[in-house]
Structures are given as C-alpha cells and as structure tokens.
Write a protein that binds this ligand. Structure first.
Ligand SMILES: Cc1cc2nc3c(=O)[nH]c(=O)nc-3n(C[C@H](O)[C@H](O)[C@H](O)COP(=O)(O)O)c2cc1C
Length: 199
C-alpha cells in the first residue's frame, strides 16, 4: 500500500492522443475534478483556485475560439500545422481551465501587508498543486491528460463565452479523455545534479 502514490505519480503522463470515450460517467469525472481541487492546499487556506470544466461541444468550442485567435497571429504557412495540433486537442472528451481568483490575492495582500509580495507567488504555487492533483486523479481512473497554455490569448473569449468573473485569471488548460496512444519515452536527469541530501 505504501507505494501507491508513487506508482500513480509515475502513471501520470502527458498524453496527447486523447479520445472521447471516458471510462467514467461525465458526472463522476466532474466530481473527481472538483474534489481534487477542493482537497489541494493553498496559502492560508485561501482557496484561490477556480476551474471551468468543459465537456463535449463546449470543449470543442474552446478550441474553435483558440483557433480563431491563433489564425490572427500565426503566419499563414504555419497555420496548417497549428490547426492540426488543435484538432488533436479538440478530439479529447473535455478540459479543465484553471484560474486563480485575483480578488482573493488582493484581499490577502491588504489583510496581511507583511506578506504582500508573497501572495501572488503562493497563488501560482496553488494553481500548480491543483493542476497536478487533477492530473493525478484523472490518471488514477485511466483518463489521460495534457497541459496547455493559450492564455492570455484566449482570456477575453473565455470570460465572455462562459461568463467568467473578471477577477479570475486563467493560468492553464488541461485536456482530458480516453487514452488513444501511450505517452512518449521520458528521460530523467541525474540525481547527483538535482538533489542535495545532508544528514
Ligand atoms: C508548468 C508546466 C507547463 C507545461 N506546459 C505545457 C504546454 O504548454 N504544452 C504542452 O504540450 N505540455 C506542457 N507541459 C507538459 C510537459 O511538457 C510535460 O509534463 C513534461 O515533458 C514531462 O512529461 P510528462 O508529463 O509525461 O511526465 C507543461 C508541464 C508543466 C509542469
């Protein structure tokens, strides 16, 4: 039992080939994502993380909005490749958009002035932890995921389309779905260069 977490941590990978056949009912996936974020720690238990969970057509709409924005900035000759990549993301079952509520960050800065510089940093830590928690929770259920960053390019579209409060700052986007092909090989740097142990 003791190595369950590390087995799961190893199982969590970036999966790009995702499909729409989830091994769980949509409602169970939604509950799983909510609970993973709810249980994630945050500075002063400020719970600054927010999420928009998109499924089916709503998920596809996100990628259409992104495609339209990218069309404005990607050179014509590269756009076909970009568009194909987006088709791959749209093929997933759904996605989670991770936000951090800046209203929470500002309130903490006012309340605890001595730590004012730290709260934005800790908010970034919190979103990273929340993202990882969801990624691992999905992996445990055999659901693949990958992490994308089309913010801030898509921020206004997202805010308008899904009626997201202005104080929610988009930090990352996680596609999830059935695993159509395994993750690629992963290499690891030397422990000697990475860890210092003193005892
Ligand atoms: C903070 C962070 C940002 C990342 N951004 C992207 C991204 O924008 N696009 C992408 O395809 N993968 C992104 N990734 C995934 C990494 O490339 C991936 O986690 C890494 O290569 C290790 O592979 P693994 O996830 O299979 O362990 C990101 C991962 C992290 C932790």
């Amino acid at each position: 039992m003791s190595d369950n977490f590390l087995a799961l941590a190893t199982q969590r990978r970036t999966i790009y080939a995702l499909g729409k056949n989830l091994p769980l009912a949509e409602d169970e996936v939604i509950d799983l994502i909510k609970e993973a974020i709810r249980q994630a720690p945050s500075a002063f238990n400020s719970q600054s993380s927010r999420a928009l969970i998109l499924l089916g057509k709503e998920h596809e709409q996100f990628w259409e909005l992104t495609r339209a924005q990218l069309k404005k900035i990607v050179p014509e000759e590269n756009f076909h490749g970009t568009s194909q990549k987006l088709d791959g993301f749209a093929a997933a079952a759904g996605s989670v958009l991770f936000f951090e509520d800046q209203e929470v960050v500002t309130r903490l800065q006012e309340q605890f002035a001595a730590y004012a510089d730290n709260f934005p940093v800790w908010s970034e830590h919190s979103t990273g932890i929340a993202q990882y928690a969801v990624w691992v929770a999905l992996a445990e259920k055999g659901i693949g995921a990958n992490l994308q960053h089309y913010n801030p390019l898509v921020d206004e579209d997202v805010q308008r389309t899904w009626n997201i409060p202005a104080s929610w700052k988009l930090r990352a986007h996680m596609n999830f779905g059935s695993i159509m092909a395994p993750a690629g090989e992963k290499t690891y740097m030397d422990d000697d260069k990475r860890f210092v142990v003193a005892r």
